[in-house]
Design a protein around this ligand. Sequence first.
Ligand code: SF4
Length: 239
Amino acid sequence: MRVRTDRGADRDTSADTTADAGAAYDARPYLPRRGGLASLRRAAASCRGCPLFKDATQTVFGAGPAHARLVLVGEQPGDQEDRQGEPFVGPAGRLLRKALDEAGLGDEPVYFTNAVKHFKFTTSERGKRRIHKAPSLREMTACRPWLEEELRLVEPEVVVVLGGTAGKALLGNAFRVSEQRGVLRSLPDRESADAGPSRAGRPQFLATLHPSAVLRAPDREAAYQGLLADLRAVTEALG
Ligand code: SF4
């Protein structure tokens, strides 16, 4: 079946059965039955669990050491990440790495990932720019099995939740970063957030701003200092 996409291009959707209108959005059918992070990453490359794969260039899976003590979870890949296939390689990622360094986490092996693995965007009027669009709750929920599996396999001690979307994906729709940021807490014991035991028991999480929110903030320096203060709490927790 050929359809007209919202970007104006004709597309053959005959094979996109799980992403058709009315179909369940769910990444679980694409999860491998066994294996580590490498097999998870390979399987995610073919995920069709929601429609976001259609317009994105590729799946942007997590990256970093297989047993990092620290996992950072963002919202979704941005334009550069989508092109390069790696998380946090654009302007927000550069700011985040600078902040990690200044917070004393520069030598800490970190696993970087996102709550949603495909780039969601609209195109500018002239069609030259791809503009970030927030994923829907349905898309976040569909994609969450990949994040759960990453956390189960990496077994971090601390998970840093970057921004509201990542927080909602891990902690539920009531999460508000403004209410919960900067304080280390245990990941709640709920099926969807069950990341499995870490080396230090259940992983802790800390919420803070997404670095792209720092870049957009009217007072960028104040927002950056806030991010730094939150990350320093993580440095202290990891010893
Ligand atoms: S966004 Fe997630 S659930 Fe949707 S197709 Fe991509 S990997 Fe699958």
